[in-house]
Design a protein around this ligand. Structure first.
Ligand code: C2O
Ligand code: CU
Length: 470
């Protein structure tokens, strides 16, 4: 049992500096060149026990945060000095297919690969993580995940709380199991899910975070293997009263307008950004918690402290805070209206194997499950065909609009509807309709369940964005 709850300060992943910057002679744009080494490191999780040996980007986990301005291209060289093969996916980027982290496009120990990213999207919170065939869960769990931020002048002009690590804080969530000797348990051999009993924030189990009585922007990323979170804030001495906050952004960046809520479902791989105003809580202690109950979103195994995430200690005395949350945040490029269902995908289990429409990713001959002419708008129907499980579904390349959720307890959440997404959870018995504009590139891309145990056990397919035929 972990006894050090709320004893260690929240670590902030360091910002990664480019090794150099050059001007692209063709486009005239700047290209920033980064180098990241995948390498082993140790971390002392349990005092008095063995350190845990992990393998992370630049030997830390989460990896360093890459921050680039919109329109600046980047090349990231990933040098693999880890234990086994890797493939790196920049989740949220419409990367060209060769740079998208295709599961079989592997870099083995001693090799490197240069990934090219266009960064031409509006400001958003992306993340880079491993995507190696059958080892995504193990590699990501042992440390291969990090934040990647694109910023832009339109967002900067809004006056939101800012300053990376100061008032703009990444909150990368994880959930893990450790062995009795203090080392991290493997995921290999797991076929169902890996829920974890130790909640991590930025790599640290149950940290505390000191804040000033003012507004903060928190960027939540659920980087757990299987656990979905339902986050809420309380005062430490009034844990039954959830405190309101404003959701300002999701997977594809800013929402149309802030959505006020007092709890927020963040399924695996989803990003949500919020502004929390601590000005009314000077001198008080708050907690960020995780709702665990029977109506939760499909995390089956709960433990002594899985309802706790982080303690927040607000300093006393007033401070000046010029940041604000405007009533209108952004114009969202929602795809044009379309009707009819273009593809139906059923996420289910057959003979203890995870499948999409009966096909697993290892089934090379059949795994391209859709052909979509480039530039078309399609509606995909994603059906949870597996009873009690929740599946967070990620479609590469595109941003989608969540049109409808039916068949279960919930509809589309207001914070899901106010922006574009690249992951959507299918709760128990639920079916979700998503609409996307299949652009800008042609190529074969993956889509899959982001419960990494399901993904590695082949709940993954591909779609081919083809040339328009005339
Ligand atoms: Cu976040 Cu296909 O991955
Ligand atoms: Cu799944």
């Amino acid at each position: 049992e972990y006894t050090q709850i709320y004893k260690t300060a929240l670590p902030i992943p360091p910002k990664k500096e480019p090794k150099y910057k050059i001007t692209n002679p063709v486009t005239g744009k700047e290209i920033w060149y980064f180098e990241i080494e995948i390498k082993p490191f140790t971390t002392q999780v349990y005092p008095g026990k063995k350190p845990a040996r992990l393998v992370g980007y630049d030997g830390i986990s989460p990896g360093p945060t890459i921050i680039v301005p919109r329109g600046t291209e980047s090349v990231v060289r990933f040098v693999n000095n880890g234990d086994r093969e890797s493939s790196i996916h920049l989740h949220g980027s419409p990367s060209r297919a060769p740079f998208d982290g295709w599961a079989e496009d592997l870099i083995f120990p001693g090799q490197y690969k240069d990934y090219y990213y266009p960064n031409n999207q509006a400001a958003r919170f992306l993340w880079y993580h491993d995507h190696a065939m059958h080892f995504t869960a193990e590699n990501a769990y042992f440390g291969q995940a990090g934040a990647y931020l694109i910023n832009d002048p339109a967002e900067d002009a809004l006056g939101l709380p800012s300053g990376y690590g100061q008032y703009d804080i990444p909150i990368v969530l994880g959930s893990k199991y450790y062995n009795a000797d203090g080392t991290l348990q493997t995921t290999i051999g797991e076929e169902d899910s890996l829920w974890g009993d130790v909640i991590h924030v930025n790599g640290q189990p149950w940290p505390f975070f000191n804040v000033q009585p003012r507004k903060y922007r928190f960027r939540f990323l659920n980087a757990a293997v299987s656990r979905n979170f339902d986050l809420y804030f309380v005062k430490a001495n009034a844990v039954n009263t959830k405190l309101p906050f404003q959701v300002i952004a999701s997977d594809a960046g800013l929402l149309e307008r802030p959505i006020t809520t007092s709890d927020l479902i963040v399924a695996v791989a989803e990003r949500y950004e919020i502004v929390f105003d601590f000005s009314k809580f000077a001198g008080q202690t708050l907690e960020l918690r995780n709702l665990v109950d029977a109506n939760g979103i499909g995390t089956d195994d709960e433990y002594l402290n899985t309802h706790k995430v982080m303690r927040i200690v607000v300093s006393s005395g007033a401070v000046t805070d010029n940041s604000k949350v405007p009533a209108a945040l952004a114009t969202i490029p929602f795809p044009p209206d379309s009707t009819g269902i273009d593809h139906h995908f059923r996420f289910h289990r057959t003979n203890s194997e995870w499948r999409i429409n009966g096909v697993g990713f290892a089934d090379v001959a059949n795994r391209i499950l859709a052909k979509v002419p480039r530039g078309t708008v399609e509606i995909w129907e994603l059906e949870n065909g597996s009873g009690g499980w929740t599946h967070p579904i990620h479609i590469h390349l595109v941003d989608f609009k969540v049109l409808e959720r039916f068949g279960g307890d919930r509809g589309v959440m207001p914070y899901e509807a106010a922006g574009l997404k690249d992951v959507v959870w299918l709760g128990k018995g639920e079916t979700v309709l998503v609409e996307a504009h299949y652009q800008p590139w042609v190529g074969v891309y993956m889509f899959h369940c982001h419960n990494l145990i399901h993904e590695d056990n082949d709940m993954m397919g591909a779609f081919n964005v083809t040339k328009l035929q005339n």
